[in-house]
Design a protein around this ligand. Sequence first.
Ligand SMILES: Cc1cc2nc3c(=O)[nH]c(=O)nc-3n(C[C@H](O)[C@H](O)[C@H](O)COP(=O)(O)OP(=O)(O)OC[C@H]3O[C@@H](n4cnc5c(N)ncnc54)[C@H](O)[C@@H]3O)c2cc1C
Length: 375
Amino acid sequence: MLSFWEKNSLISYHHIIIGAGITGLSTACELKERFPDQSVLVLERGILPSGASTKNAGFACIGSLSEKVADAKLMGKENLIQLVINRYEGLQLLRKRLGDEAIGFESYGGYELIFHEQEKDFLNQLEEVNTWFRPYFTKDIFSKQTHKISHFGFDANRVETLVCNEVEGQVDTGRMMASLWSYAQQLDVKIICGAEVTQIDERNDAVHVLLNNMEFLAQKIYLCTNAFTQSLFPNIELKPGRGMVLATAPIPNLKIKGIFFFDDGYYYFKNFEQRIIFGGGRNLDMQGEETTNFGLNPKIQAQLHQYLKEVILPNTHYTIEHEWSGIMAFGSDKTVCLKKISDRQFMGVRLNGMGVALGSKLAADLVNLSLTSTI
Ligand SMILES: Cc1cc2nc3c(=O)[nH]c(=O)nc-3n(C[C@H](O)[C@H](O)[C@H](O)COP(=O)(O)OP(=O)(O)OC[C@H]3O[C@@H](n4cnc5c(N)ncnc54)[C@H](O)[C@@H]3O)c2cc1C
């Protein structure tokens, strides 16, 4: 039973955000930055944010050349260019909001490993893809850099060339989320964890947000639940996709610096200080990984271990210190789902595995969308 005081001061808000990942917390910050006098509550089902934002590999990325060529076929060149611009702008918003130090931002470039035996028609489009992005970046972003194969310690019998993307960066995922959390609290955003929303009920006066035995009220709500959205909106077009990541112990004299992709971006690795962070392999078992349950798939785990030994760190002694998984959300192409459900309900989900760069931009777009309502 709620007290008079609770009802008076702790239950009703101008804005309630569901989900405390990068999109949800950024939406909360965006609202408070623009409307400091309005109250903002974030409800998060986990004790910590429990989706993708605290689990990812921390690539703050535009993506690889092969991915760009494949995406242009899938979604059309114009949509792809807009998506890349959104990713880049999202990253700039994140850097501006928190500062490079607070997110551990570093920019050593990105490299796609091209193996001798792989199909490489996409390389013929390198010049053309550069022309797509030249008006925005005012320079060519992709270039072949074969001389760096030995510089990074890769086996030249395996790796034929490297395609560099010089606008790539990386963040310290944990530091970024901790900083975003602190910043939101500085802005007086209230965050309640262990609060799984089970029902949303819009009435004339407000949106009623139901948890187990509680009900919060908001003038407007924002769904930032990414892969888990179907538990509240079953018809949303979205598939969950689990991703696995591992981290090695520090490796003395590690040569690898930057972010790296191979196999059409399905595998990705980077240096984090003196460690290797390596993830991917979802394409080995797409059906099995279409799940919202956390866990390690032994087949994918074995493949990651093999690539780590044979491709990334040949002739190097290392140990694997951590392995974990997180859950992403995918659609039929790579467009995010930014949606006005009603004048009081807004949704920003389905970040297609790119949310580090996109999350802040989606949050800004979500707040802009909410301003189109008549309430
Ligand atoms: C293994 C892995 C590697 C990745 N690597 C990268 C990368 O290198 N670069 C990149 O850009 N992106 C990467 N991503 C993707 C990126 O992490 C996501 O796109 C991004 O974090 C999505 O943020 P979000 O806030 O929208 O969703 P999430 O971080 O998933 O947040 C959604 C939140 O909603 C909460 N929630 C769900 N349902 C409810 C409910 N009913 N009530 C209350 N709370 C609820 C969840 O617990 C969760 O905390 C990776 C993802 C994974 C899993």
